[in-house]
Design a protein around this ligand. Structure first.
Ligand code: HEC
Ligand SMILES: [Cu+2]
Length: 348
């Protein structure tokens, strides 16, 4: 009966844990399954500290309970025990043990910290180290490549290579964090921070803004897409060649392009297609390749229509104005144009 009650008491907690475990299942938004050398080092160091802490806790609590049991006052113990003061052997022991434990922690931590902070190009990689300038905006990410183009929200990197990120913010503080690949570093207006990451395997790694930055902070996600070098180079070429004008005769796409432009609805005032530099909204050069809209909505026609008509209802406080009066025909054309913006043969 009692056991049953105890179990009931822990039920809510168990449910919360189960629920959180469910959250982790579908994405790689976790530091506990490292996918690159940065993340592996962080994970190993975390385990090392955990083992040291567990060792200390076990020893301390074991001694504590043994002393409680052995030296408690028993019937007939009328006199005070012998009073002592100071014990050199004990004092040396409990000074030396922590020194040893802290040294065990300090050596890898210090060498690792230097390793993580080393944002110089890797001399062993033949290709030029990719350096990407990151700018955090409320509530989206801008990625400027040295090759002279800008990408929005999805950041592509070559796999197995150290990639250097230069971190900025345009409005408030944000924090750039890809848990499966490495540690988080703040992006701060007026200051340039640095970080390097490397992905061991090709894949999509979820990133998140880790600094409370406003109403839609929780939806300020992004994706790191790691490709083999050849695929990456092809992607870079695609991004450099792309421009706003469609290279198809498709009437719908052409109409969409008109609507997108300055004589239409003026989307292009905030959204560049092709080219480089900062705009008021994310570059849409490869929007057709994105799996999500604004980093959280599945990229399908229904959601896209809803987004264009009323973005603030979906993502509170974001800077895109609403376009409620677009007709169904116009919407169809606009979506056809947005879908045509692709630089990549998607094979997954
Ligand atoms: C005043 C500037 C502004 C105008 C005009 C504007 N947008 Fe946006 N748009 C934004 C901002 C800012 C975001 C990013 C919102 C966020 O995620 O916080 C955005 C996001 C988007 C996204 C999602 C992008 C992504 O990377 O997932 C799409 C698609 C989009 N806008 C389409 C349009 C279309 C189509 C029009 C014209 C009908 C338009 N926008 C007009 C500012 C603008
Ligand atoms: Cu943010």
């Amino acid at each position: 009966m009692k056991l049953w009650k105890t179990a009931l008491r822990f039920l809510p907690l168990s449910l919360v844990v189960l629920f959180l475990a469910g959250c982790m299942g579908e994405t790689n938004l976790t530091a506990l399954d490292p996918q690159g050398p940065q993340a592996e080092w962080l994970f190993d160091n975390m385990l090392l500290s955990l083992y040291v802490m567990a060792f200390v806790s076990i020893v301390v609590f074991a001694i504590f309970f043994i002393i409680l049991a052995r030296f408690r006052r028993k019937p007939g113990d009328d006199e005070l025990p012998k009073q002592v003061h100071g014990n050199t052997a004990l004092e040396i022991t409990w000074t030396v043990i922590p020194i040893i434990l802290l040294t065990i922690l300090a050596v890898p931590t210090i060498t690792g910290t230097f390793m993580l902070a080393d944002v110089e190009p890797d001399p062993e990689v033949e290709e030029e180290t990719v350096t990407i300038t990151v700018t955090g905006h409320q509530f989206w990410w801008q990625f400027d490549y040295e090759d002279g183009f800008t990408a929005g929200n999805d950041v592509y990197i070559p796999v197995g290579e150290k990639v250097i990120f230069e971190l900025h913010a345009s409005d408030v503080m944000h924090s750039f964090w890809v848990p499966a690949l490495g540690g988080k570093v703040d992006t701060i207006p007026g200051i340039t921070n640095h970080l390097w990451l490397e992905a061991s395997e090709p894949g999509v790694y979820k990133g998140k803004c880790a600094e409370l930055c406003g109403a839609s902070h929780a939806l300020m996600d992004f994706k790191v897409i790691a490709l083999e070098r050849d695929d990456y180079d092809a992607w870079v070429e695609g991004m450099m060649e792309a421009d706003a004008e469609p290279d198809t005769d498709d009437i719908l796409v052409q109409q969409g392009y008109e609507l997108f432009g300055a004589d239409g609805l003026g989307c292009i005032g905030c959204h560049a297609v092709g080219g480089s530099g900062t705009a008021a909204g994310p570059t849409l050069t490869n929007f057709g390749d994105r799996t999500t809209i604004a980093n959280f909505l599945e990229n399908n026609d229904e959601n896209l229509e809803e987004w264009i008509r009323n973005p603030k209802a979906l993502k509170q406080g974001n800077d895109m104005p609403e376009f409620p009066d677009v007709t169904d025909e116009e919407m169809e054309a606009l979506i056809a144009y947005l879908r045509s913006l692709s630089v990549r043969e998607l094979d997954e």
